[in-house]
Design a binder for this molecule. Structure first.
Ligand code: SF4
Length: 480
């Protein structure tokens, strides 16, 4: 089983680095020579913690309670996943919108000295007695990991006391990894260990697991399901807005694929090892090139290679005139892109559809997969700045201030305050993927460029917390 082979810590994979300031051409050459070293920052502004990714991945599961064995502050950034969950329900037509059942054990100074196990036991007991859930997920944190509370043993014991509830410990201690996608792996390792348990399941002809992270909008879900159904596949959409029953169906599938490059990629390998389920791991389906690549990847695995070519040809006929119109609005505009590993590279490929020029790329990690993308991007763009950073907005504002792109695609808060037209690519609320998504996204980028007034006014009235001198400095001066 995967937990014996893969620790869930993304840094454990050789050749993966996560702190670097460079250019597209340089990083390609250095990776080829094996010269990239894992670095660190002598000053860092904050890091997205892997615990939030473990939570966000599962937060919309039906009949579940989420217990964070942590100080209260650790769940602060769950707010984004909660928002996604609420909006996702509205998009799915749910009338009485619910919050997730999220409980914090509130580890404090006393717990750090005397142990926090009793708090965890009490929290899980209350959760089961109050909600009678099918699933309880118990999330570790830095504090519970450091004091050594044995969450596995507690969950096992409580599982005996409450046999109708599956109690799943998840080892997502923040200090374990600087790559937040490790949190997805921690969640899937526990799903495999405590729910699937390598048990045989009857196969279902045509069933395809479609793994999707929280940030995929309902419109994108429908588009990906539409595309897979054209290939004759039935989709098991996992784990967002799914259930224990759908999780138990995972091993029944004929094949698996994921919408994101760093979501369930390790889990799909495990499913191949444990259940011989073949999988496709290609790119995120944003833009024509990546959508075609993603589609061909899964079609190959389920033996629909000829059919997919017919569908792709029809889709191109439908969208190419519309893409041409977008190109007329966007051609030659210079773009800075910032996003997660999957989306940043996918967005960089997308802008080629519209004839835009890549001038900067910020992404959390660099590895073999990223190298394939960079080789492609280096062939179509002039040299561009690359910032390998999990967060670190101070580097981003420095770069944007110097490069002065026409448009920014990605998490927009900081660039918007510099007056740059911004388009959110991590948008869990609107379409971005597949053939329909790329048209929507293209129109949104063009609309932003043609209507920059809001961000311009914002820049006039908001002062960023940096001294003017910082903008003169080398953006990467704190990377060791
Ligand atoms: S688990 Fe650790 S890194 Fe994550 S929010 Fe809590 S203290 Fe911060």
């Amino acid at each position: 089983m995967a937990q014996g082979k893969y620790s869930g810590v993304r840094e454990s994979k050789p050749g993966r680095v996560n702190d670097l300031g460079t250019t597209g051409k340089q990083v390609e050459a250095d990776f080829k020579k094996g010269c990239l070293k894992r670095a660190d920052r002598s000053f860092a502004q904050g890091l997205q913690c892997q615990q939030i990714n473990s939570m966000a991945a599962l937060m919309s599961l039906e009949d579940s309670v989420f217990v964070s064995h942590s100080p209260q502050g650790c769940v602060g950034c769950a707010i984004m996943a909660v928002d996604m969950y609420r909006v996702g329900q509205a998009h799915r037509g749910v009338k009485n919108i619910k919050n997730p059942r999220l409980i914090v054990t509130n580890i404090d100074q006393k717990s750090v000295v005397f142990g926090g196990e009793q708090k965890l036991k009490d929290a899980v007991k209350k959760a089961v007695e109050r909600y009678n859930p099918k699933l309880v997920f118990v999330y570790a944190s830095c504090a519970s990991g450091i004091i050594g509370d044995d969450i596995d043993a507690i969950c096992a014991q409580l599982g005996k006391d409450y046999p109708d509830t599956i109690i799943v410990p998840i080892h997502c201690e923040g200090f374990k990894s600087k790559i937040c996608a490790s949190g997805f792996d921690a969640a899937f390792i526990s799903i495999n260990k405590y729910i699937l348990k390598n048990q045989p399941v009857e196969k279902e002809e045509g069933l395809v697991n479609l793994f999707a992270p929280t940030t995929v909008s309902y419109a994108d879900q429908k588009e990906m399901e539409r595309m897979l159904s054209l290939l004759g596949a039935k989709v098991n959409y996992i784990p967002f807005y799914s259930s224990l029953e759908k999780i138990r169906k995972i091993p029944a599938a004929q094949a698996s694929t994921s919408i994101c490059k760093v979501f369930a990629d390790e889990f799909m390998k495990t499913l191949w090892e444990d259940y011989q389920i073949p999988y496709s791991h290609t790119v995120m389906p944003i833009g024509i090139r990546n959508t075609d690549k993603w589609y061909r990847g899964i079609a190959k695995v389920i033996g629909k290679e000829e059919l997919v070519e017919e569908i792709i040809a029809k889709e191109h006929l439908r969208i190419e005139p519309l893409v041409k119109q977008l190109r007329e609005r966007l051609q030659g505009k210079r773009v800075f892109i910032c996003g997660g590993t999957g989306r940043s590279f996918a967005a960089a490929a997308l802008i080629d559809d519209f004839g835009m020029e890549l001038v900067g790329l910020e992404t959390p990690t660099y590895d073999e997969d990223a190298q394939v993308d960079i080789e492609y991007l280096n062939n179509i763009h002039k040299d561009f700045v690359v910032d390998i950073a999990n967060m670190q907005p101070f580097e981003q504002v420095n770069l944007i201030n110097k490069i002065k792109p026409d448009a920014f695609i990605g998490v927009p808060e900081w660039a918007a305050k510099l007056g740059i037209p911004t388009t959110h690519v991590l948008d869990g609320k609107r379409p971005t993927m597949g053939y329909d998504g790329l048209l929507y996204l293209g129109n949104k980028i063009a609309d932003q460029l043609e209507n920059p007034g809001f961000n311009k006014k914002l820049a006039k009235h908001v002062k960023l917390p940096y001294k003017d001198s910082w903008y003169e400095e080398n953006a990467f001066k704190y990377i060791n």
